[in-house]
Design a binder for this molecule. Sequence first.
Ligand SMILES: Cc1cc2nc3c(=O)[nH]c(=O)nc-3n(C[C@H](O)[C@H](O)[C@H](O)COP(=O)(O)O)c2cc1C
Length: 381
Amino acid sequence: MSRIDQALNIEDLRKIARKKLPKPLFNYIDGGADDESNVLGNAHAYGAVKLVPEYLVDVANIDLKTKVLGREISMPLFLGPTGMSRLFHHDGETAVSKAAAEAGTYYALSTVGATSIEDVASACNGPKCFQIYVMKDRGLTREFIQRCKDANYDSLMLTVDIPVAGNRERELRYGFTMPPKLNLAGIIGFAARPGWVYRALTHPQAILANVAHKIPDGSSQSTSLMEYIATQFDSSVTWKDLEWMISEWGGPFVIKGLLSPSDARKAVDAGVTAVSVSNHGGRQLDGALSAFEALGPIVDEVGGECEIICDGGIRRGTHVLKALASGATACSIGRPYLYGLAAGGQAGVAKALELLRAEIERDMGLLGCTSISEISGKHIA
Ligand SMILES: Cc1cc2nc3c(=O)[nH]c(=O)nc-3n(C[C@H](O)[C@H](O)[C@H](O)COP(=O)(O)O)c2cc1C
């Protein structure tokens, strides 16, 4: 399998990405924390619930549209934030945001993206969210919020599951850390993919574009920027900061990375529009609940009071349907579109979205549903 048009599913795109990317980069996408039990566990969790189809329903016309974070999207799935996407393909975040816009869905740009808030806004006319952290320098956080307002972002997403960095051993094995200190295995990994190296050398360097102006002229190399951002992550953030940020932004707001119903309650009380139930794709606290396992109790606590996004392990349309039937408003993905990006740039991301859209549509027909609002608890057991 080497061509994206031959890919039948997300796993096929993953295999192409593995062939194209230097090992340190493939492992950066693919890996997780500690024993990585949550990486596979996120996807396997959907297996614990079974779908209950109903037949002799007219499913000739199926409508996948739904609404999330103030915008209508063409299907109940969008692209979550991932740092430094330009490492995986030289068109990076621009390609991802364009593919999302063409597919009619949301794209969430990461604070640690390699394309700026403004450049994504000019590339992408679809729904846009900016994923933010509360930085030690609150002035920088305030600046991000103002830049998002000026660039007409639709929503803001605060990620809260990085109070400290997760232990990702695949990254340590290659010295692919923040900032990178590649060891011999890392250097060999890059040398084995001369095509990637050639493209990296013939395109602008991937840097932390949103903070590039924070480093004095002449030293804005990716290493100095990574050193800078590493000092900015704040381990002392609390619920007070959330309230402050919601009021600074004043628009649709999602808190990402919750697994506990009591945290979801606090978030709703603070005024969030949406809760993203997530364990950061298994990259932070290994052995935590999977997103799907955490979803039900969170729906029981705050369902109907805010939108609920299920984020983690979505590899099939049936996973999306199980999440919706359990009470999620929509789902988001990370790795599936990064595999597509690495496999074929914008066309690869579009392929990932097409595959998942086709699966969701076919599976809704098989389940006996013609609209997202028809999917409910009676469809799972
Ligand atoms: C390579 C990579 C980088 C990521 N970077 C970020 C990030 O900058 N901010 C964030 O909130 N989540 C980040 N995530 C987590 C994703 O937004 C999402 O929660 C996770 O990928 C969902 O699981 P999935 O990959 O199984 O779809 C990243 C995930 C990956 C794989």
